[in-house]
Design a protein around this ligand. Structure first.
Ligand SMILES: Nc1ncnc2c1ncn2[C@@H]1O[C@H](COP(=O)(O)OP(=O)(O)O)[C@@H](O)[C@H]1O
Ligand SMILES: O=P(O)(O)OC[C@H]1O[C@](O)(COP(=O)(O)O)[C@@H](O)[C@@H]1O
Ligand SMILES: [Mg+2]
Length: 492
């Protein structure tokens, strides 16, 4: 099993039974010399740290923070490399040439990550050459047109904007052409900001640069509003998207409240995972029904529940994640340029089945409904929840992630992503997250709280935690959710 190969049951480490998710280093592949970190020593560096800000290579973060008196943390935990500046770096100031690219759908905070990557590279490490490749992976095919040399002006105030100043795209990954471009322009640090597809592409680039014997690190800052990156606490942009969803929920509720038997329906993004719908529902408190891809549901039970809510409150509010109900509607056979399956429109479908249901003759003679036909108000904000600038939390998180990526790259770590593990910044091997996906655990305490909030029936989970734990007890194996592996973190 892949994660067993990656996780050293480190006989070499002094403590027994400690599993470390090892991040590859250039030194394991080629001869590299190290030099003291310029942080605090170079004139170009604006920032002079007062205390010891360096992090040792053997600093670790545990995946588990809960324990019992009889079972301690190290017995269950995988340990991850703690991110942060190292005392020794593998790139001389004038040797380092960095390149930044953003891929996939946009996400609040992309510009903050770009800006902070540049600032950390240029201002903390004195790196003079930082390219931005525009238009995602496709941009490498036309370097003359799409590559820009970044400077302070380029990143000035970009953190205030949604989207990505580098522009992004789906599809168009060509490993060989990307590596040719990196080689031709002597890039030795590649920073890719993107989701699961992007990280698969990054693995291929890393493998190819290794095959070519190049001194080049590949580092990822994982991006997706869907929050489905396994193992890390959350992906940047997620909380901003949830926040942006709240006014949409309020709008649907206002419309529903303002007419007899109004039913507001809000469709929110979430291709395979319903975290946005779950968190927005809990944040709102007004929602009567939340449907996510991870939960099955029976139409009849939904209608009974909505009918009860209409009788009780004269209106009802539904939040549905884009990927929910796909089985009921019939599987999609269309794919986007990156190979992602395109979902059928669950919002339109729900509106149609709910409208049809409450149009039945029996409601004409029902005292709660007679002369007060139920009416659906569908709010489908689509891109409006992800095109917003990052909120305060995400601004700070993006800054931390970008700096963690640069520190790891300068120290010669490669094929890794950065993320918070139990609130501490960590570096994780890319191979541990590609082909895995985090999903909403339908039987955990958070979902239970949602059930109390909405009053909806407890539908079965599409995938259950008993089904698919692997030998590590941490990850699940192949599932029905798009052939991806899913992982479950600690319950909230
Ligand atoms: N299996 C893969 N191998 C190489 N590149 C991939 C793979 N899957 C996706 N990509 C590339 O990654 C980029 C972004 O992928 P996409 O799925 O659109 O977004 P995200 O990275 O946010 O999941 C695209 O340029 C796409 O071609
Ligand atoms: O219309 P697009 O650009 O394909 O984006 C839609 C998708 O983007 C997402 O918001 C995030 O997807 P990625 O993380 O793969 O970019 C999904 O929830 C949604 O299905
Ligand atoms: Mg994706």
């Amino acid at each position: 099993m892949r994660c067993v190969a990656l996780v050293a049951t480190a006989a070499a480490l002094s403590a027994p039974n400690i599993r470390v998710a090892e991040v590859p280093k250039l030194a394991d592949r080629i001869d590299v010399t190290t030099t003291p970190s310029p942080i605090g020593h170079t004139e170009a560096i604006h920032f002079v740290p007062s205390g010891d800000i360096f992090v040792d290579d053997d600093a670790l973060i545990a995946s588990q923070v809960t324990a019992t008196r009889s079972r301690m943390i190290s017995e269950d935990a995988t340990f991850f490399h703690r991110a942060g500046p190292r005392r020794e770096v593998v790139f001389e100031q004038n040797e380092a040439k960095a390149c930044i690219v953003t891929c996939g759908g946009v996400c609040p905070g992309l510009n903050t990550v770009v800006r902070e990557l540049y600032l950390c590279l240029a201002k903390q490490y004195g790196v003079n050459t930082v390219y931005g490749v525009q238009n995602g992976y496709s941009g490498f095919k036309n370097w003359q047109r799409d590559a820009v040399k970044m400077d302070s002006k380029f990143v000035y105030e970009i953190q205030r904007k949604g989207g990505t100043v580098l522009r992004s795209s789906r599809g168009g990954h060509d490993t060989s052409k990307i590596c040719d471009a990196l080689e031709a322009h002597e890039v030795n640090m590649l920073f890719v900001i993107g989701g699961d597809g992007t990280m698969k592409g990054a693995c291929k680039i890393d493998a190819e640069m290794q095959k070519r014997g190049k001194k080049c690190v590949v580092c990822c800052v994982p991006k997706t509003i869907d929050n489905d990156v396994p193992l890390i606490d959350n992906s940047f942009g997620f909380t901003s998207a949830v926040e942006a969803a709240i006014p949409m929920i309020e709008a649907a509720n206002t419309e529903a409240e303002a007419c007899p038997n109004g039913i507001g329906i809000v469709k929110l993004m979430g291709r395979h995972s319903g975290f946005i719908a779950l968190h927005a529902t809990l944040a709102s408190g007004d929602v009567d029904l939340c449907l996510v891809p991870e939960s099955s549901f029976e139409i009849e039970e939904i209608m009974n529940h909505l009918e009860a809510k209409l009788r009780e409150n004269n209106h009802a509010l539904v939040v549905v994640a884009e990927g929910a109900g796909q089985a009921q509607m019939g599987a999609s056979v269309k794919f986007d340029a990156s190979g992602n399956a395109l979902n059928e429109d669950v919002g339109l479908w729900l509106k149609s089945v709910i409208t049809q249901h409450f149009a039945a003759d029996r409601y004409d003679t029902d005292p709660d409904f007679a002369g007060k036909k139920a009416k659906c108000f569908l709010v489908d904000p689509t891109y409006a929840i992800r095109a917003v600038p990052a909120n305060a939390y995400d601004q700070v998180y993006c800054s931390s992630l970008a700096h963690a990526a640069v520190h790891g790259a300068m120290a010669g770590y490669t094929r890794f992503l950065v993320g918070n593990i139990n609130t501490r910044l960590a570096m994780l091997p890319l191979d541990l997250v590609v082909n895995r996906r985090n999903i909403v655990a339908i039987r955990d305490r958070m979902w239970t709280r949602l059930l109390f909030s909405t009053g909806q029936p407890p539908f079965d989970a599409v995938v259950t935690s008993d089904d698919e734990c692997d030998a590590e007890g941490l990850y699940r194996s192949e599932t029905a959710t798009g052939g991806c592996t899913v992982s479950f973190g600690d319950e909230y």
